[in-house]
Design a protein around this ligand. Structure first.
Ligand code: TLP
Length: 342
């Protein structure tokens, strides 16, 4: 048996999804004429309470198109020091948008309005103007935690006070919405733009979306073109995304239950720690406290038993549950963990 817990990006399209993709109606999306892309954009815009959507190749492209659309070169963007946009997007905001990032360390994994406020620049010729705040939901490196709506509201008030825009990296907003019981459109109220991925927990092979008001999305479409993201008959892949939204959104709760099983098993082992409060969705972040082993050693030992996990730092391991990891495989992974480290 194998349990691939490296990422929910590893999901593969099943038979039915492939069938739907093969039969998709298509057109030239650069001309706005792909009916399947248009349908997907309309449906997700409606779900998120926004006027328009733009289908993009990846979560990274969605975030970067949004950052460029909402900023001018020379401005500053505030975000969590653990944010994907800061940590894992290859320095794209500096390269593509000419903005400076201002990473802020959160004291308990969730950035608060009080922590953000001192980072907002005063009007002074020495400083880059703060023009954008980026948040992430769920928080990848904080163990799949849900960004609390109450804090988002406070940050929005702060942003409005200073004339700052807000973007949400909602790669896994689907997970947050299902787990918190908060509809996507409720989150949509507090951000100029949000990006959501179809290629993670929802199980589509490719694709993400940026949503916002029509004017913003028109501008975003131009940046997508600049980045080489005009995809022509993209309906083939949009059909997979559409299928994923219709069939795999609500079932994310199953992944969340399975992540809890793994988290509790690991937390009961000597030399491993999981913050159980943070395991709210499909991600389990583990701290390897055993001095004789690094996270990489542990990942290698597990891989020998076909349990695949990612080492994200010297002492930091990540396990992610998803559509392609069954209950049985999760229990197998839990048994292997107990056998090796119990
Ligand atoms: N995250 C990947 C890796 O890049 C770390 C993963 O396995 O979790 N925002 C968030 C919060 C993400 O977790 C990711 C992907 C992205 C954006 C980027 O999406 P893609 O990979 O489609 O560019």
């Amino acid at each position: 048996m194998q349990a691939d817990l490296r990422s929910d990006t590893f999901t593969k399209p099943g038979k039915e999804m492939r069938q739907v993709m093969a039969n998709a109606e298509v057109g030239d999306d650069v001309f706005g004429e792909d009916p399947t892309v248009n349908k997907l954009q309309d449906i997700v815009a409606e779900m998120t309470g926004k006027e328009a959507g733009l289908f993009v190749a990846s979560g990274t492209m969605g975030n970067q198109v949004a950052v460029n659309t909402l900023t001018q070169p020379g401005q500053e963007v505030i975000l969590d020091a653990n944010a994907h946009i800061f940590f894992y997007e290859a320095g794209a905001p500096a390269l593509l948008s000419g903005v400076q990032l201002r990473p802020v360390k959160s004291s308990n994994g969730i950035l608060t309005a009080e922590e953000i406020e001192p980072a907002i620049r005063a009007d002074n010729i020495h400083f880059p103007p703060t023009s954008l705040i980026c948040l992430e939901n769920t928080l990848n490196r904080a163990g799949g935690r849900i960004f609390p709506l109450e804090e988002i509201k406070k940050i929005r008030l702060l942003a409005d006070k200073h004339g700052i825009k807000m973007h949400l990296d909602g790669a896994r907003l689907w997970n947050a919405s299902v787990a918190a019981g908060i509809p996507l459109h409720e989150y949509g109220k507090y951000f100029e733009t949000m990006s959501l991925c179809f290629s993670k927990g929802l199980g589509a092979p490719v694709g993400s979306i940026v949503v916002g008001d029509s004017k913003t999305i028109d501008r975003a479409r131009r940046y997508r073109k600049i980045y080489g993201g005009g995809m022509r008959q993209a309906g083939i892949i949009a059909a997979g995304a559409l299928y994923a939204v219709e069939n795999n959104f609500k079932r994310l709760t199953e992944d969340h239950k399975r992540a809890k099983i793994l988290a509790e098993t690991i937390n009961s082992l000597n030399g491993f720690e999981v913050n159980l409060d943070s395991v709210q969705t499909n991600i389990v972040i583990v701290t390897v406290t055993r001095k004789d082993l690094t996270a990489e050693n542990v990942a290698d030992m597990l891989a020998e038993k076909e349990v695949l996990v990612l080492a994200l730092g010297e002492r930091m391991l990540r396990l992610v549950t998803h559509l392609d990891v069954s209950e049985e495989e999760v229990l197998y992974a839990a048994d292997v963990l107990k056998e090796l480290f119990g």
